[in-house]
Design a protein around this ligand. Structure first.
Ligand code: GLP
Length: 252
């Protein structure tokens, strides 16, 4: 495991953006997994800005998001499809077939999950996953307790997030909301993972996930077992682990 702690949020955003660009330059047909949320908005904008100013070839790149909301319209501003489309896939000018996402509406999400994985596999599988982390240690929408062997599936949302989505959409109360997420097993099969977090509110969970035991109670702790994983943080998120990687012999 490699730990990188940036000196502030700005340096974090730029460094994270360059992890994506470096992958695109190193492998022009790379398959790159993204995450939505506060952590990733700025890095997506920076990738788009750098590409606009210094265009490089993205004509064979594939992007996808690690998860997607289910049972609401794809046009909802909070759907992962819309966020990734507006933040990065659109600005880079990617063609529709270069952006692989499961639908938000379907009569058979199990089939959609299998199709999503098949489409990624057809392109050679995921090279890079820029992976966010939730305050409870979730990765994708794999909440605490999810088995490490889980494969791409529909998971319940956490209650706070669900309440917000319901406030922001007209989805009837009778409609079950959830999230189609790559399973922990699928995420772990990615060739390279960069776990990203910024802000002091993430410092505790980063310490637990990175220096605590590997346990399904903290899904992100499984990353300690990944052969090519970088933990990329700003100084606030890294405050509890700064200088402690040597405890495990990790690269600093
Ligand atoms: C949601 C997403 C995750 C994301 C996480 C962190 O749960 N499904 O993929 O990593 O939020 O979000 P934020 O960056 O806003 O803290």
């Amino acid at each position: 495991m490699k730990i990188t702690i940036c000196k502030n949020e700005e340096e974090f955003n730029i460094t994270a953006a360059w992890r994506i660009i470096a992958q695109m330059l190193a492998k022009p047909d790379a398959v790159i997994g993204l995450s939505t949320g506060q952590t990733t908005m700025d890095m997506h904008r920076i990738v788009s800005e750098i590409h606009a100013k210094y265009p490089f070839d993205v004509s064979r790149i594939t992007l996808f998001n690690v998860d997607e909301l289910t049972n609401l319209p794809r046009e909802y501003a909070g759907s992962c499809y819309t966020m990734i489309l507006t933040q990065i896939a659109g600005p880079l000018g990617l063609a529709e077939e270069q952006f692989i996402m499961p639908p938000t509406l379907s009569a058979d999400f199990e089939a959609e999950a299998a199709l999503f994985e098949r489409r990624l596999a057809e392109r050679g599988g995921a090279d890079l996953q820029m992976l966010g982390i939730g305050l409870n240690g979730h990765i994708g929408i794999n909440q605490p307790g999810t088995p490490f062997e889980s494969e791409t599936w529909v998971s319940p949302m956490d209650p706070d997030f669900e309440a917000r989505v319901r406030r922001e959409t007209n989805v009837p109360a009778s409609t079950e909301l959830g999230g189609l997420t790559r399973g922990i097993k699928n995420i772990m099969q990615t060739r390279k993972i960069v776990l990203i977090a910024k802000g002091s509110h993430k410092a505790d969970i980063i310490e637990q996930a990175i220096l605590g035991p590997v346990t399904t109670d903290i899904p992100a702790s499984v990353l300690q077992l990944h052969p090519n994983c970088e933990i990329l943080l700003d100084a606030d998120a890294g405050a509890r682990i700064a200088g402690r990687a040597a405890e495990r012999g990790w690269e600093w």
